[in-house]
Each structure stands twice: as structure tokens, then as C-alpha cells.
Design a binder for this molecule. Structure first.
Ligand SMILES: Cc1cc2nc3c(=O)[nH]c(=O)nc-3n(C[C@H](O)[C@H](O)[C@H](O)COP(=O)(O)O)c2cc1C
Length: 176
């Protein structure tokens, strides 16, 4: 798909086909493309925990609040984390006054690539920031040095999502 078109057709999807399942091979392809995103000193701090097996429904029920359970029904779930202390740090410690931000920045870039690569693969996504991190960490044995960020639902849309409005460019961009 043409890149501009891909950006326009990607939408947060809250209605998935319950009969079409996402495979490990598809997710591997998407994650490999997400990995091409730029990262601080190429530190590649993002990690992906893909829940696609028999435990998926139990995991969805415990990891997500009810509206995100309902909206992601039928989709696989990918927990995205980043390893602390890589992005934003040099050999002598923090690189600047916002060192803690850079890890999330890098992961966000990768997640943006992830949702676009998924769309190119014919898959729809929903980034979910509302989730139970204590349960997720324990269930997936996520190490303490990783920050759990979004859970991304990945599946096939069952209906056309609405496009969320966007602010006028004049409100968000200044030119000097
Ligand atoms: C960091 C982040 C957290 C989000 N958390 C949720 C969530 O918990 N549940 C949900 O339904 N949508 C969630 N969204 C999706 C946004 O609501 C959505 O991206 C926004 O409304 C714009 O719509 P669009 O993605 O279709 O362009 C989240 C998006 C981001 C980037």
C-alpha cells in the first residue's frame, strides 16, 4: 500500500472478526519491521510479549478493564515494554534532564511502526494504555527492569472504524 494511504487507513479498531486468528509468523514479520524504527544510540530497548495461545482469553479478562476486553475481543494481545536505563543514558549516567522520557519515546516510535506494519500486513490494531501491569508482569514473567507500556490488540477488523478528528495544523505547528 502507498505510504500516505497506509497512514490514512490505520485506525484504532474496536471490533474484530472472532473467526480470523493472527499467527506467530505474522507477528514476527510486524515486529521485525517495528524494529527498524530509530532508537537512542541504537539501544533497541523495546520488548514484545505476544499472547496468542490457549491462555489468550483468560489473559484478556485479567489484564484489561472490561471496555478494553470487549473492544479487543477476537484479537491477539501484544504487551510492549522497554528496558529501563538504556535510552537517555550514556557511559556516565543520565544524558540530560529528561533521561527517563527517552525510553518511552523510543518505544512509542517502535509502536508507531508496529501499527503501520500491521496495517500493511492486513491487520488492524488498538493501542491500549489502560491495563493491569501487576497482573501482566507476573503472568508473563516480565523482569522488573522493564517498564510495561501499551497492550496492543492485533486482529482483523469486523467493521469500519470511525476516524477520530484531528486538530487544525495551526494549533499544533509553528513555523519560524
Ligand atoms: C498511548 C495510548 C493509549 C491508548 N489507550 C487506549 C485504551 O486504553 N483504550 C482505547 O480504546 N483506546 C486507547 N487508545 C487509542 C486512542 O483513543 C486513539 O488512538 C485516538 O482516539 C485516535 O484514534 P485513531 O487511532 O483511530 O486515529 C490509546 C492510544 C494511545 C496512543
Amino acid at each position: 500500500m502507498e505510504f500516505k494511504e497506509l497512514i490514512k487507513v490505520r485506525r484504532s479498531t474496536r471490533d474484530y472478526d472472532k473467526d480470523k486468528k493472527v499467527t506467530k509468523e505474522q507477528l514476527e514479520k510486524v515486529i521485525a519491521l517495528a524494529q527498524m524504527a530509530p532508537t537512542w544510540k541504537n539501544s533497541q530497548n523495546a520488548r514484545y510479549y505476544c499472547v496468542i495461545g490457549d491462555q489468550l482469553e483468560a489473559f484478556r479478562e485479567k489484564a484489561l478493564p472490561s471496555f478494553n476486553q470487549k473492544n479487543s475481543a477476537g484479537a491477539a494481545l501484544v504487551v510492549t515494554t522497554y528496558v529501563k536505563g538504556l535510552a537517555g543514558y550514556g557511559p556516565n549516567g543520565p544524558a540530560d534532564d529528561i533521561e527517563a522520557v527517552w525510553g518511552g519515546y523510543d518505544l512509542g516510535l517502535q509502536n508507531a511502526y508496529f501499527v503501520l506494519a500491521a496495517k500493511e500486513e492486513g491487520l488492524d490494531t488498538l493501542i491500549m494504555g489502560l491495563r493491569d501491569t501487576d497482573y501482566i508482569r507476573q503472568e508473563l514473567a516480565i523482569p522488573e527492569d522493564e517498564v510495561i507500556a501499551a497492550v496492543i490488540a492485533v486482529g482483523y477488523r469486523a467493521s469500519e472504524p470511525k476516524l477520530g478528528g484531528r486538530k487544525d495544523l495551526g494549533e499544533i505547528a509553528k513555523f519560524f
